[in-house]
Ligand binder design. Structure first.
Ligand code: LMR
Length: 327
């Protein structure tokens, strides 16, 4: 009897140590290249999480839509097939109307203003805007301001995009933005954009310098206008049930790693975009069109009706808070 009890105790001990030595696997999936702001922040998170929680977690980063692309990653998160994703803020309108704020054209003057808003009380509260849908917001990661590009020689004023087909992210605000310009928007997954531009399925797109460079869009577009008319930023999210069920020490270590990776990536983001703008210019394939104040005012005026259309859903209070962050 004694022996049996001893054997059971030994077995329990052995099992506990095996259980302890098996790390929690955390899959982090995203759609862009490693050498982008998001790609760099994701790799930094892996490095820091594994350093802070040695043997307890293993973070597997899957870039370039390798594991899940747009459209599939939210479902995969809900099913537990991936633990962390970082979709652009333009990809949440099925989950909350509040985040449509970030797509309003010419809302933020620059990425510093975006950052100030995200760190404000209102900005932080949006991290919890999808908890009822089982989504836990962990952080905001920066990419940068958007530029517009087409396969035409002339891209200076809104009339230059009339009748053109544009690839957009799955966002009703962006759809309205291109309709206000008299263009034809098409929602499309990021992984399909290069081919759609190359084959002429669409004439143009809008994106950051780092995405235009790493996806080689500049090779299949003639003109990139420096419009800075909107922002592409991300919310890093986890399945709330999975997150809440993590052991306390793991959750604390991951939170710390996330905070530090966020600071690291967000500090790098603008430099990466400026570097990639330079590389695009040096490649000499697409012309970079700079715009005058008058040109920019014309784009702003043409896109202005979008604000009125979405103000009710987003809320005036949020729009006001975002505008305040410009000063
Ligand atoms: C896009 O779809 O154009 C971007 O959201 C991709 C990304 O994640 O930066």
């Amino acid at each position: 009897m004694k022996l049996a009890r001893l054997a059971a105790a030994l077995f329990a001990l052995a099992f506990a140590s095996v259980a302890q030595s098996a790390p929690i696997i955390i899959k982090l999936s995203h759609v862009v290249a490693d050498k982008t702001p998001k790609g760099q922040a994701a790799l930094k998170f892996k490095e820091l999480a594994e350093k802070k929680l040695p043997g307890k977690v293993e973070v597997q980063v899957f870039p370039n839509s390798q594991l899940f692309g747009d459209g599939k990653e939210m479902e995969a998160l809900a099913l537990g097939d991936v633990q962390i994703i970082a979709p652009s803020l333009s990809k949440f309108d099925r989950y909350t109307k509040k985040l449509q704020l970030f797509d309003l054209p010419f809302l933020f003057n620059n990425i510093e203003a975006v950052d100030r808003f995200q760190q404000s009380k209102e900005g932080k509260s949006l991290l919890d805007s999808m908890t009822s849908k089982g989504i836990k917001g962990l952080a905001y990661w920066h990419n940068g301001m958007k530029q517009m590009s087409t396969d035409k020689d002339q891209l200076k004023r809104p009339e230059d995009v009339k009748g053109l087909k544009f690839r957009i992210q799955p966002s009703d605000v962006l759809e309205a933005q291109f309709r206000a310009l008299g263009a034809n928007p098409q929602k499309m997954a990021f992984a399909e954009v290069y081919q759609a531009l190359q084959t002429g399925v669409v004439d143009g797109q809008e994106n950051t310098w780092s995405n235009i460079y790493t996806q080689k869009f500049y090779e299949v577009q003639k003109t990139i206008a420096e419009t800075n008319h909107g922002v592409i930023d991300y919310m890093v999210i986890a399945n709330a049930k999975w997150w809440n069920g993590l052991p306390a020490d793991v959750k604390a270590g991951l939170s710390k790693a996330m905070d530090e990776a966020t600071a690291y990536g967000n500090k790098l983001a603008d430099d990466i975009n400026q570097r990639d703008k330079k590389l695009i210019a040096e490649a000499g394939k697409a012309k970079i069109q700079t715009l005058t104040k008058e040109d920019l005012a014309a784009w702003q005026k043409a896109m202005a009706p979008v604000w009125k259309k979405f103000e009710g859903d987003i809320g005036k209070d949020l729009i006001d808070a975002a505008q305040k962050s410009n000063t």
